[in-house]
Every structure is written in C-alpha cells, then in structure tokens.
Design a protein around this ligand. Sequence first.
Ligand SMILES: NC(=O)c1ccc[n+]([C@@H]2O[C@H](COP(=O)([O-])OP(=O)(O)OC[C@H]3O[C@@H](n4cnc5c(N)ncnc54)[C@H](OP(=O)(O)O)[C@@H]3O)[C@@H](O)[C@H]2O)c1
Length: 329
Amino acid sequence: MQRLVLAKRPTRQLTQEHFRLEEVAPPGPQDGALLLYPRFMSVDPYMRTRMQPEGYGYISHWMSGSVLSGYALAEVMDSRLPGWSRGDWAVGHLPMQEWVAHDGHGLRRAPAGTPPLAWLHPLGMTGFTAWLGMQLLGKPSPADCVLVGAAAGAVGSIAAQLARKAGARVIVTAGREDKRAWLRSIGFDHVLDHRAADFSEQLRHTTPEGLTLDFETIGGSAFAAAIDAMRSGGRVVVCGLVSQYQQEAPRRAPHNMARLGERGVAVIPFVAPHFERHFETFLDEMSPLVTSGRLHWRLDTMQGGLEAIPGALIGLFDGDNLGKRIVAL
Ligand SMILES: NC(=O)c1ccc[n+]([C@@H]2O[C@H](COP(=O)([O-])OP(=O)(O)OC[C@H]3O[C@@H](n4cnc5c(N)ncnc54)[C@H](OP(=O)(O)O)[C@@H]3O)[C@@H](O)[C@H]2O)c1
C-alpha cells in the first residue's frame, strides 16, 4: 500500500518536491483492533505550521521522513474491537495511508442521522474551531460589529454564520469573486475582498463606527487593516494567520499591534486542542443546526487519492478552495 511522507521540510513556499509517496506492507486484521480504509482526508492550513522548525508547540512537528496525518473519515473494513462493526464510519486523526490498523482510541463513530462527511467539517475540527473562537471566546451579541476573514473557507464560513445567528452585524471577506458571490448567496450583505489594495478603505467605509470584534484568520495586511478599524474596548480573537504560514517569521505581529493597547482591545489567541473538554457542548449546539439544514456548509472535494493531497494542501495557500477542502481516497 502507499503512504504519504514529508520528503523534506519547506523553508518558504510548499511545493510537490516536499512530499513523497512510499510503498509499504499493509496491516492486516488484528485482535483488539479495527482495520480502517480512509475514504476522505481533510487538508488544513495548520499542516504547514507542523513543518516549521519551531513554535506551534501544541502539536508534534513533521520532519523529513514523517508520515503525514490528518482528520479522516474512514470506513471500518474489519472489526475485532467490541462496539464497532464492519461498515461503520470512523472519524479521527489518521496517518495518510491506504490501510490503518487502529485500537479505537480517539476515534468517534459518525452516528446515523447526520451525513458522515459533516464530521469532517461543521461537526469536526473546523466547526469546533469556529464555535470555540466565535461562540465561546468571541461571544458576539446584537451590539457587535464583527469581521470574519476568509469567510468562504472552512472555519470562516461557520464562524460568520454563528456571529449572524447571535444578532451581530457581520462583515465577511473573501479573496475571489465567486467566493464573495457565494457569501452573498447565503445572505451576507457586507462582503469585502481582503486581498484588495484598498481593503483598509473598504473596511472603514463599510463600518465607519468601527469593529467591536475581529475574528482573525488571515494575518498580514488584512490583520493590520482590521486593527486600524477596531473600536475602543473591542476584542480580537486570533484564530490563525494563514497568509504568514509560508514566511520565515510566520507568527510576526502586524506593525500596528500597539494600537490595540492604546484602544483597550482584548486579544484572545486560541488553539482548538486546548479546548477538547468543550467538544461535547459544541456537538450539542452544532448538531441541531446541521440536521435542520439551518447552517450552510460546503465541501471542496478533490479526487485523486493520496497523490492529490500535496496539491490540495498547496492550493489552500493560493486560496483555490471554496468551502472545506477534503481529498477523496
Ligand atoms: N486556532 C485553531 O485551533 C485553528 C484551527 C483550524 C484553523 N485555524 C485557522 O483558521 C484559518 C482558516 O483555516 P481553514 O481551515 O478554514 O482554511 P480555509 O479558510 O478553508 O482555507 C484557507 C483560506 O485562507 C485564505 N488565504 C490563504 N493564503 C492566503 C494569503 N497568503 N493571503 C490571504 N488569504 C489567504 C484563502 O482564502 P481567500 O481566497 O478568501 O483569500 C484560503 O482559501 C487559518 O488561519 C487556520 O490556521 C485555526
């Protein structure tokens, strides 16, 4: 069987040369274990941060020769583990390889009643991140004017809808016209382009009274524009800085960060793995939104198996996804 390995660490732009497919012997059925075949693999911007030589200590780093891994929806092909049956759908963090022997630890079964693929997005890590950053930490209310960047992407699209549901005025951004058209089609009225040279002016024009909550996903010049637009006493939830992940200093603060102190803006950085204890509460709140169809969620599914994963990941940093990117194996 094949598995996907990091061939060498990137220092700047990720390219196909940083990946390698390896041929190894497949695992067979084992007592006390599940034999899984991953059918869909999530690709996410944080995977690039796992290739950094330092920082991002909440997750293990990938080095040259590391087998890549990610959240996956896998089919149970054989079960010698009580409570699991052949044909179940299992969700968990799995190595990027064709067959996986697994002791079941950390796996969830995608239950009947929700589409299994929802467990890779609105009910999975990206939905959880959006819920944590917006609902638990950002706490939007009808008094808020909220900015959500990269809102046609996985986390942003869910976070923006949660802010709207809480009654806030929501400004969303996306870097391509078809993405902005999708955001308008699901009911957002204030849709801007964070890649535009005049984004800062667009923002000030749309919200002359200023932002009270920035859900930051992009970093760089988009973050600097959001800081300029913050109202006194507001808050910034730092979810991610995706535009910086391929730079030598991926966590550098924007040049105008000090303004936040002058204006008494609270800065709230977070990483989802530190909040695992809230996962059941998240599911209780998010599942009804998914099953009732009240939440818009969109998958960007690439075909081509393990071989397609490098291109799918690289593409995230060019913004070529609309919705949550996954790869079918
Ligand atoms: N804190 C946590 O625990 C946690 C967990 C998951 C994700 N995150 C963060 O949440 C953010 C979104 O992640 P996601 O999984 O939902 O990805 P995503 O939004 O589905 O895909 C990434 C998007 O980022 C934008 N982007 C990429 N490179 C850019 C650049 N150089 N300049 C401007 N925009 C760029 C693109 O959107 P446009 O085409 O619209 O520009 C791209 O489509 C990331 O910062 C990620 O690290 C944080």
